[in-house]
Design a protein around this ligand. Structure first.
Ligand code: SOE
Length: 381
């Protein structure tokens, strides 16, 4: 039976524009979905570059002003993959124009921005989702199932890190193409909104709400040339961010994100310790979930290293045969598949904008606590 077309209008053609476009193309090839995404239009300011992107990925048309894209009657869904300072304005306009809205993480540069986005999609009843893609790593989806099955008992500890090293050089400018993540006026914050936000979203999903945090941030390089002004300007982003905290379920939080961990490119790790079981995972070996179950017979008790490629593992039966792996790009493909399935069944698709706002509240509290040197409480969404 012919599937209903769902016309996609993408804003932004950077790294995330590519991951999302690939996901829209691949999801219906591997999953049985109620809609067929159609790459209708891509929008960015540079007409030549956006034309090249459209040709490469098969977009049918281009726009150079997102306002025109949002007003087009042949677009059903606006996907925001442009820098953080554009998220709120585009999302609010897209919801008002009656579109479905997907937004790259973090939702807003601040929770105040995120709140306007939640209000807009909720009052327009627009299906919405934030691209916290790591929730769709099969090993982590399995961990979520194990937690929901109650295998861990009471949770005592949740710890998580995201380590990179790509901004250590003082010669790296801030701002402009590819480097907007270093410009606080565009990005909102540094690693707190860019990396720690992933750790936080994952934690809220797996372990429930955080109630309070005490944080510390550091900006190691205080001035950098700005690509747009060509002047040396103060750096407003945080280069490293750590916090301790408490979850509503009583467990203790220990989090760290940095772009100054020489040798680490994208080491996202997490570990959870419960009364009956523990689990740990890291992105460099994303198929592996390490799991310890204290209820195992004592002679055989130990850490299991589970290779998540079996048909019984989340998402995996749609792919190859047991033992063969998938990668980073598949997390985005799974996210599109889950979104379209949810829209077809008239359900919300997680993480919703509201869940994205919950992360924004935590990142705001982390940045505030680092300034006040006080514990900060987190509002519940
Ligand atoms: C930053 O280097 C970055 O690309 C983030 O922006 C992504 O969200 C993260 O998944 C990988 O690192």
């Amino acid at each position: 039976m012919a599937k209903k077309a769902l016309n996609v209008g993408l804003v932004g053609y950077g790294f995330m524009g590519r991951t999302h476009s690939n996901a829209f193309l691949q999801a219906p090839r591997f999953f049985d979905l109620p809609y067929q995404p159609v790459l209708k239009a891509v929008c960015a300011r540079n007409a030549d570059r956006v034309k090249g992107f459209a040709e490469n990925w098969g977009y049918q048309s281009i726009e150079t002003d997102w306002r025109a894209l949002v007003q087009r009657s042949d677009i059903d869904l606006i996907d925001i993959a442009s820098p953080n300072d554009t998220h709120a304005e585009i999302a609010v306009a897209a919801a008002k124009a009656g579109k479905m809205v997907l937004c790259e993480k973090p939702l807003g540069r601040t929770a105040a921005e995120g709140k306007t986005m939640v209000d807009a999609v909720e009052s327009a009843k627009s299906p919405n989702m934030v691209w916290y893609n790591y929730r769709r790593v099969p090993a982590l989806a399995l961990l979520k199932d194990l937690l929901e099955e109650g295998r861990f008992g009471r949770i005592f500890h949740y710890r998580s890190q995201f380590l990179q090293d790509w901004t250590i050089s003082e010669d790296l400018p801030q701002g402009g193409e590819g480097l907007w993540r270093l410009d606080s006026s565009v990005a909102g914050s540094g690693v707190t909104g860019d990396l720690l936000a992933h750790n936080i979203d994952m934690a809220l999903w797996l372990n429930g709400s955080l109630t309070e945090v005490a944080a510390m941030t550091e900006t190691f390089i205080k001035e950098r040339k700005h690509s747009l002004t060509n002047k040396v300007e103060p750096v407003g982003i945080d280069d490293a961010s750590s916090f301790i905290g408490r979850f509503q379920n009583g467990s203790m939080a220990l989090f760290e994100a940095t772009r100054y961990a020489r040798g680490h490119k994208a080491l996202f790790t997490l570990e959870i310790n419960g009364e009956r079981a523990s689990a740990r995972w890291d992105l460099h070996d994303l198929h592996r979930l390490e799991f310890f179950d204290h209820r195992d017979e004592s002679r055989l008790r130990g850490w299991k290293s589970i290779h998540i490629t079996d048909g019984d593992h989340p998402y995996m039966k749609q792919w190859w045969v047991p033992g063969l792996q998938i990668g980073y790009e598949h997390t985005f493909i799974h996210q599109v598949a889950d979104f379209l399935q949810a829209v077809g069944e008239k359900r919300e698709a997680a993480p919703t904008f509201k869940e994205g706002l919950a992360v924004d509240y935590v990142t705001d509290a982390v940045l505030k606590s680092a300034k006040t040197k006080q514990w900060e409480t987190i509002p519940l969404v």
